[in-house]
Design a binder for this molecule. Structure first.
Ligand code: HEC
Length: 405
């Protein structure tokens, strides 16, 4: 039998339940983690989108209202204003915001590899935004880009060189690639990045709390289910098994169990009690029959013994005790064949009572000599009758003393 088959019901149940608990727990953990991660990504995307929008709005507004002011105050260049605003908005948060362009004027606005690739993609395919998880300097980072499209007002400084304000022309000479944009063309993008570590740390704690709660709930469920199952199935079955063991050990049919339910287990216990009742009754009946038989052979005029097929004597009456001259205690257990002179085997003696393993009801008589009290040889007529009870075949032998020949 396998290891599992050898386990007790209780251990099996505990094992199955624990496995179930672990599976439930792990799948809950996985699903919760997935859900929270999706939530956090969409949260990060929403935030990035808002930052980008605010910056683009700021720039568009500045671009539409500033005229010659940057000439004297460079801080009023739309790009510069937007950059400063972005810095202020994101200060104290893990968000990092830049404005980049493939044809940049300020080297600080040079796109990195990821941004270059995304900007080229916008140029080719268009699109309103893009985001993904990237590893930057070994750290998992959420990256987001929203393109900026040139509108009429931008062209004042990003259109033809000749129409650009003097301060722009002074800084960026004719032929610089930051000129020559047309409306609708993508001029750059707002780039937002957030290291995920911060957000994950948040997931981590939420996840732990969540799992702890779930774990406790699962544990309670399992303990409660276990108790119910133990009370309603395992304990009664164990009691039943113990009872049956006691019955086989003691042979007493007095075992009764208390029925506590009306389910299958209850029925099983009821049937067990009925069976015990029945067996006790039969036991009683056979004991009575036995007693009747014993008192019956006591009043017989001849010696009567009951033997097993091998000749062993199991019941003997007083006449038999007198005939063989042995106390009853000693006579019982002795072999009848030992008393028959001339030597005869059990097979031979009982041969006519059994044919091909089947009993023959007719009584067989034969004349034999037996060794009796003090070695006296006695001639007897032996009548043998065969009978069968639940467990074995029995031979009843009547020994009628004959006058000596
Ligand atoms: C008043 C002139 C002016 C106007 C109007 C203007 N820009 Fe600029 N833009 C500049 C200057 C100057 C820079 C370089 C800023 C710096 O040195 O950081 C710049 C930089 C940029 C950059 C950063 C990349 C780079 O070249 O360094 C982007 C993107 C940009 N502008 C987009 C726009 C858009 C979109 C508009 C219209 C909504 C616009 N600009 C309107 C003057 C202007």
């Amino acid at each position: 039998m396998s290891r599992f088959a050898n386990m007790s019901l209780r251990t099996k149940f505990d094992l199955i339940m624990s496995l179930l608990l672990i599976c439930l727990f792990l799948s809950a953990a996985y699903l919760t983690y997935r859900k929270q991660q999706a939530l956090i990504l969409s949260f990060a995307r929403d935030n990035a989108r808002n930052f980008a929008r605010q910056i683009i709005e700021t720039r568009d507004y500045m671009s539409s209202v500033v005229k010659d002011e940057p000439e004297t105050n460079y801080s009023l260049v739309p790009q510069v204003v937007a950059t400063r605003v972005a810095k202020r908005i994101t200060s104290g948060s893990p968000y990092y915001v830049r404005q980049v362009s493939l044809r940049y004027r300020n080297p600080e606005n040079r796109p990195d590899g990821y941004e270059t690739a995304r900007l080229q993609e916008f140029d080719r395919k268009g699109g309103r935004e893009t985001s993904s998880l990237e590893t930057v300097d070994g750290r998992l980072t959420f990256r987001y880009l929203q393109p900026m499209v040139a509108v009429e007002s931008c062209l004042a400084c990003h259109g033809e060189y000749d129409k650009a304000p003097a301060f722009v022309r002074a800084r960026f000479p004719r032929g610089h690639y930051s000129y020559g944009y047309r409306t609708g063309e993508i001029i750059g993008a707002v780039s937002v990045s957030i290291p995920m570590a911060e957000l994950y740390r948040q997931i981590g704690t939420n996840l732990k709390q969540d799992l702890l709660q779930r774990g406790i709930i699962f544990f309670i469920i399992i303990v409660v289910m276990g108790t119910i199952l133990r009370r309603s199935i395992i304990d009664p079955v164990k009691q039943l098994a113990d009872s049956i063991t006691r019955v086989t050990r003691t042979g007493s049919f007095n075992e009764r169990l208390t029925r506590t339910s009306n389910d299958e287990i209850g029925t099983l216990i009821a049937r067990f009690n009925e069976m015990m009742e029945e067996l006790a009754q039969r036991n009683q009946q056979s004991a009575e029959a036995d007693a009747r038989y014993r008192s019956f052979i006591e009043i017989a005029h001849s010696a009567v013994v009951t033997c097993l097929p091998d000749g062993r004597i199991i019941i003997a009456n007083q006449k038999a005790v007198d005939l063989f001259g042995l106390p009853r205690k000693e006579l019982l257990g002795r072999n009848l064949l030992d008393f028959i002179s001339g030597g005869v085997s059990g097979k031979e003696l009982f041969a006519t009572s059994m044919v091909d393993g089947k009993l023959r009801p007719d009584v067989e008589t034969s004349l034999r000599t037996v060794r009796g009290f003090r070695g006296r040889m006695i001639r007897v007529e032996m009548a043998i009758a065969v009978s069968e009870n639940e467990q074995q075949v029995l031979f009843t032998v009547i020994l009628r003393e004959q006058p000596p020949a």
